[in-house]
Design a protein around this ligand. Structure first.
Ligand code: CA
Length: 392
């Protein structure tokens, strides 16, 4: 029996703060917290939730972590090689077997295959082993009060207070520094809206109950737009030459089009037309690994905006579904650290918005690289090399 989603959805719509209030951030903490309190009371949060709020405080360690992100300053091969390890593959397979009936129920109800859920479960917390040591209420409070991204965190506060008020979570719940809770690191609003009591004990326990975690995670993914019965990603082989400027996640084309240009299944056999459209993603350029990404892959980017993280999560899901490790092929040397920052500076000097000079090959940097590759007559694959840098 799940939480009554419809009722809660209506409830959450009622308690959505007015836009002006939602943008409030910074300033005197006590005054700011009074604003949250008024919002919580209007949403029906009772004494237990309000008492928790009265003890909430700013956690400087959360701000430090928020300012110090940099784990995606790695190539796909490096990051996925570190994240997809034997422990996760072995335990992923074991958990798919151990909870086979729950995964089957999750796929039946929400259309999300077990390996997709198990891959997030592995990457986020090693199947619940590492859920985070930050006080969740303080973390969410801190990031909602901070002015860097209040629009992301302010909407999490009242749902979290509601969960505490109802006794679903204790006031001292611990989780990730950015407010995610439980074995698949779900935010309070998803906990409240998508939470499902998978083991039927009457409580949604996303920290301690694997069936609750599996069903809730499937529910969350389905609500983000997952399409039942469709693939998410497929490794392919690419030819030596093709219209590289057609590659990229967002340029979705029928598989017949990719086949026409010489793209094949990984083993060289012809692509079967499955009636779907996919983009061709080359995370390390046209000489590196290659994947067709379908609409369902886009759902991964709602989970995490990092291209490298999402490719890794999607590939781990494919591994858990039986695929072999991707072929690294022979990618051209890329740019890392200072040389990536130098490239970004040169792109900024040329008038591009690369989304900050952070040494990370994100969407904006890739797009600027593609435009410069086109101008210079190089293969337009979004993979910056020392040769490109020397040409700018
Ligand atoms: Ca339960």
């Amino acid at each position: 029996m799940g939480l009554p989603t419809g009722t809660l959805a209506a409830f959450l719509m009622l308690m959505s703060p007015a836009p002006v209030l939602a943008q409030e951030c910074g300033g005197d903490f006590a005054a700011w917290r009074d604003g949250v309190k008024a919002e919580a009371i209007a949403a029906g949060v009772g004494e237990t939730g309000l008492a928790a709020l009265s003890r909430a405080s700013i956690d400087q360690k959360v701000l430090d972590r928020d300012r110090a992100q940099g784990v995606f300053n790695q190539t796909f091969a490096e990051f996925s090689g570190r994240m997809i390890n034997d422990y996760r593959l072995k335990n992923g397979a074991a958990n798919l077997k151990k909870y086979a009936d729950v995964f089957a129920r999750a796929e039946q109800e929400f259309g999300v295959p077990g390996p997709v859920i198990a891959a997030f479960w592995a990457l986020e917390t090693d199947f619940g082993a590492v859920q985070g040591d930050f006080n969740t209420l303080n973390a969410v409070t801190t990031l909602a009060h901070d002015c860097r991204r209040p629009e992301l965190f302010r909407p999490q506060l009242v749902p979290l207070l509601t969960l505490i008020d109802r006794g679903i979570l204790p006031a001292d719940t611990k989780g990730a520094w950015a407010g995610e809770i439980g074995q698949t690191q779900i935010l309070p609003s998803d906990y409240l809206l998508r939470g499902i009591d998978g083991d039927g004990d009457g409580v949604v326990d996303l920290r301690g109950s694997a069936p609750d975690v599996i069903m809730t995670t499937a529910n969350k993914i389905q609500h983000r737009g997952w399409k039942r019965g469709e693939p998410w990603m497929q490794e392919v082989s690419v030819p030596e030459a093709m219209p590289w400027d057609q590659t990229g996640r967002t340029n979705k084309l029928p598989l017949s089009k990719w086949a026409e240009w010489g793209v094949t299944n990984r083993d060289g056999s012809p692509l079967a037309d499955n009636g779907l459209q996919a983009g061709l993603v080359l995370p390390m350029g046209h000489k590196g690994p290659a994947f067709l990404t379908y609409d369902n892959y886009d759902i991964y980017l709602q989970w995490n905006q990092s291209f490298i993280y999402t490719l890794t999560a999607a590939h781990l899901a494919a591994r858990l579904a039986g695929d072999p490790q991707f072929e690294r092929r022979n990618p051209e040397e890329g740019l890392v650290g200072e040389s990536m920052k130098l490239l970004q500076q040169k792109l900024v000097d040329r008038g591009y918005d690369v989304g900050g000079i952070d040494g990370i090959l994100g969407t904006n940097t890739r797009e600027a690289v593609r435009q410069e590759q086109a101008r210079l007559g190089l293969p337009v694959d979004g993979w910056p090399t020392p040769a490109l840098l020397a040409n700018l």
